[in-house]
Ligand binder design. Structure first.
Ligand code: SF4
Ligand code: SF4
Ligand code: F3S
Length: 383
């Protein structure tokens, strides 16, 4: 195996191919605190890309309730149990990645879901965990001992994709222009090594065409400078489609770099697996840090503290307010005089968003008669 540098682990690691970073890396940022699990994103993706025969079970985008929700069943528990307890020393991962823990002769530690595992995408929906104990559900301390949260899941368009590493046909490729990972439908022979190897289980087998498919990062939109379908339809305005740089090339004016590398409020999912995934999550503020540490790595507490301070951090607030404000991909942003502005790659302004909505109180009077001339009983007339 070659040695590649994984900045999320703070060290080099083994990978079957030599390291190569694309010219630009597609990424998405999800603010888990704002999601209401309305599944609008799920349906937008399904009705755009996976409405055909053999795709019935496919959700390239899904929303699951953590800790009991999974699609497919047990996807993260299965790989975490196989990997076993692992350690971090500060920001450096001292445990093994799935490539380093691969059994002899295999590319990565892996497992294969059964067909039935894809049948329960809303498993555990809205089920909290914890013991309420003496507390009620609406106590003085919000959430008390009970918690759950919604996790937004798409393919991570990983820097070191396990699907790509495992395919014996070299049918999976990562585009140099945007880092989007695709499966060449004409090369694929349905070996499903990609399905087994992807620890996030975001490569899916089509039962009709007998080849595998996955989230395509809405590349026809990205090529036109547009954010993905799941982003633009999002009711909670919690998604951002952008490009992210590695930390040594971070541009603080780019919203993704700002959130990931400067403020460090958005963290990769299960970085310890070693794929350098490119979907970044603002962790839920009400969930026990121990659970979040396992899912998002060692920066969780700092990320939550920074996020909680957003009301006093105009730049951070501005970057967050730009989520869902334009369908175009934002190349840069700034915050001045209480207004966040987003720009495209030519520097043209895309949108301006006030950090605080102006408050308007309309005066009113009580009318003595209704519009048809009868005596009014409590008829309010706005002026
Ligand atoms: Fe491949 Fe899975 Fe990474 Fe997507 S999330 S690029 S399917 S390894
Ligand atoms: Fe679906 Fe596009 Fe979102 Fe991928 S990026 S989950 S293809 S809507
Ligand atoms: Fe390769 Fe996966 Fe197809 S392993 S051959 S891309 S099913």
């Amino acid at each position: 195996m070659a040695k590649v540098f994984n900045w999320q682990l703070g060290r080099e690691m083994d990978y079957p191919y030599a390291g190569h970073r694309p010219q630009r890396q597609f990424c998405m940022i999800m603010d888990t605190n704002k999601c209401i699990a309305c599944q609008t994103c799920t349906i937008a993706c399904k009705s755009t890309w996976t409405w055909g025969r053999g795709q019935e079970h496919m959700l390239w985008n899904n929303i699951e309730t953590k800790p009991f929700g999974f699609y497919p069943t047990g996807w993260d528990v299965e790989i975490l149990e196989r990997l076993g307890p692992q350690t971090w020393k500060g920001d450096t991962y001292t445990g093994k990645t799935i490539f380093e823990a691969a059994p002899d002769g295999e590319v990565a530690l892996h497992w294969e879901p059964d067909q039935a595992d894809w049948s329960n995408p809303n498993l555990g929906e809205d089920e909290p965990t914890g013991v309420a104990g003496e507390e009620t559900y609406i106590p003085d301390t919000p959430h008390a001992n009970m918690w759950m949260y919604y996790l937004q899941r798409i393919c991570n368009h990983c820097t070191y994709p396990a699907c790509l590493a495992a395919c014996p046909r070299e049918a999976v490729y990562k585009r140099d222009e945007d880092g989007i990972v695709l499966i060449d439908q004409t090369r694929c022979r349905g070996y499903q090594e990609c399905v087994a190897a992807c620890p996030y289980k975001k490569s899916l087998f089509n039962l009709e065409t007998r080849v595998s498919e996955k989230c395509i990062g809405c590349y026809p939109k990205v090529e036109q400078g547009l954010q993905t379908q799941c982003t633009t339809v999002c009711i909670g305005r919690l998604r951002l489609t952008d490009f992210v740089n590695p930390p040594d090339k971070a541009d603080p004016r780019n919203p993704a770099d700002f959130l990931v590398h400067v403020r460090k409020v958005a963290l990769p999912i299960y970085p310890q697996l070693g794929l350098e995934p490119n979907v970044y999550y603002i962790p839920p503020v009400h969930v026990p840090p121990k659970y979040l540490h396992q899912m998002f790595g060692p920066g969780v507490e700092e990320a939550i503290a920074t996020y909680r301070n957003a009301k006093d951090d105009e730049e951070l607030l501005g970057a967050l307010m730009l989520f869902g404000s334009t369908e175009h991909i934002i190349a840069s942003f700034d915050v001045k005089d209480g207004v966040a502005r987003a720009y495209d790659k030519k520097g043209d302004e895309l949108v301006a968003v006030p950090l605080r909505e102006p408050e308007v109180v309309r005066s009113f009077s009580y009318a003595t008669t209704t519009p048809d001339g009868k005596p009014a009983t409590g008829y309010r007339h706005n002026t």
